[in-house]
Design a protein. Structure first.
Length: 253
């Protein structure tokens, strides 16, 4: 079985995602979060660095796990409870963990937004929603009508979507923001947008959708963020000649 140096994989990820240097939310830690003994034979990809994911990775023989939501978000925390168990599983399985949050949402080729656009056969037009100088959303050309968009979403997300269709039947453009879409709502109208595909929104947005004539499509925070980690894992597998596996979750949110 081929083996690749952990450092080489990390270096490729860092270079490809523009790390360090790409901004992220306070507390988010992008990059290598757990190292192993230094070599990798099997890649894994998952959305969340949860205990069940770590156990699944260990059972699958994964020793380099790419995740979108990593272990560290809120500064220092004691290594107790589930956090201790995660680390215990990782150390026992010689599992390295690499996390990429906003860099893997926004990447123009590997990102969740870009890959979602491709899966929906939507052509990217421009970036959207700047965060510390970097666009973390994406604007695409719209299909013929919103019914076509909704039908494509229903095929892509068989677990179900929520469609709030109070905007035009024939939108000109579609904004994409995987995961939580709350940060995009205030920016739609100033950007000349009325249609958004995202993962989740708060209940209060329903009234705004009616009042501001918006089309909003909620497809699941988890479901909309499965694309980037798989794209990066597939690229690493091709470049370094390693097998890879996606470790899905039954998360319905």
């Amino acid at each position: 079985m081929p083996a690749v140096a952990l450092a080489d994989l990390v270096a490729h990820c860092q270079q490809r995602l523009g790390l360090p240097g790409f901004p992220d939310f306070p507390g988010s830690l992008n990059g290598l979060q757990i190292e192993n003994t230094g070599t990798v034979t099997r890649l894994g990809a998952a959305v969340d660095a949860g205990l069940h994911t770590f156990r699944a990775a260990a059972a699958a023989g994964v020793d380099f796990l790419l995740v979108h939501h990593g272990l560290f978000w809120d500064g220092a925390r004691p290594l107790v409870g589930a956090q201790r168990e995660r680390l215990q599983v990782a150390f026992a399985a010689n599992l390295a963990v690499y996390s990429a949050h906003l860099p893997l949402d926004a990447h123009p080729e590997l990102g969740n937004n870009a890959r979602l656009a491709g899966a929906l056969d939507l052509v990217p037009v421009r970036g959207f929603l700047p965060y510390q100088g970097r666009d973390i959303g994406l604007v695409t050309a719209a299909p013929a009508n919103r019914s076509t968009l909704r039908a494509r979403l229903e095929v892509l997300f068989p677990g179900g979507i929520t469609a709030l269709e109070f905007g035009p039947e024939h939108p000109r453009e579609v904004a994409l923001l995987t995961g939580s879409g709350m940060s995009a709502i205030d920016s739609l109208a100033p950007a000349g947008l009325d249609t958004l595909v995202t993962g989740e929104l708060k209940q209060s947005v329903f009234n705004r959708a009616q009042e501001e004539h918006l089309n909003l499509y909620l497809c699941g925070h988890y479901a909309t963020e499965t694309f980037g980690v798989q794209a990066l894992a597939a690229e690493l597998a091709h470049r370094f000649g390693l097998p890879w596996v996606f470790l899905p979750s039954d998360c319905p949110l």
